[in-house]
Design a protein around this ligand. Structure first.
Ligand code: ZN
Length: 204
């Protein structure tokens, strides 16, 4: 009695699967690595990871965080492969990369108690900014996109240099009911440049 298992990659449905294909050569994992490196603003050849980590001229802290992102993305690609095989859906590469950045940074913010050097602080803030407005979802094999709710670690982030951040909010007491809105504009150092609050009358 023999059990026949399909050896084709479940993620791209295209090529026989082995670990080299899944983690490095698959069109899916290639897209994930490219997007991660783009977000981290680095050029890192995946066939020469060890060399990059021993020679790259970036700070110790940046190397640690970049390393953690890579380890986590390897794990998530493996998870995606299993989900594709068992549950027949594949998360979008963007969703995976956002999950990596969000979780690694949230964990770092929770665990790091020492003060960062200014260069690292700026680099880190830029990374935090990348996560804002990230679209997440999973792509079913039918091509449909299914969104799932999950909690994210959130805090106010200063925008990059030469940018302004406008934060607004509003509420109404009942629907329709008396409503109001307010907002403020801050620069990259967090300084408030303008603020407003206004009654909007009866609104839905
Ligand atoms: Zn593949």
């Amino acid at each position: 009695m023999g059990l026949i298992i399909d050896g084709t990659c479940d993620v791209c449905n295209n090529v026989p699967e082995d670990h080299r294909h899944l983690f490095y050569a698959c069109t899916y994992s290639t897209a994930c690595w490219q997007q991660l490196h783009q977000k981290l603003h680095i050029t890192l050849p995946m066939d020469n990871l060890v060399n990059w980590f021993s020679t790259a001229r970036v700070s110790k802290l940046q190397k640690r965080l970049i390393g953690a992102c890579h380890v986590y993305l390897f794990y998530l690609i493996w998870k995606v492969r299993n989900e594709a095989r068992i549950k027949s859906y594949v998360r979008r590469p963007e969703a995976l990369v956002q999950m990596v950045l969000r979780d690694v940074k949230a964990r770092f913010l929770r665990c790091n108690t020492s003060k960062m050097k200014q260069r690292d602080e700026l680099w880190f803030q830029q990374l935090l900014w990348e996560v804002i407005n990230a679209k997440e979802g999973i792509e079913l094999k039918s091509g449909a996109l299914e969104c799932r709710r999950h909690e994210i670690f959130a805090r106010w982030l200063a925008p990059p240099a030469n940018w302004l951040a406008l934060n607004i909010d509003g509420a109404s007491k009942g629907n329709p009911g008396p409503a109001a809105t307010e907002g403020l504009v801050r620069d990259s150092s967090g300084q408030i440049l303008d603020a407003f609050a206004e009654r909007l009358g009866e609104r839905r």
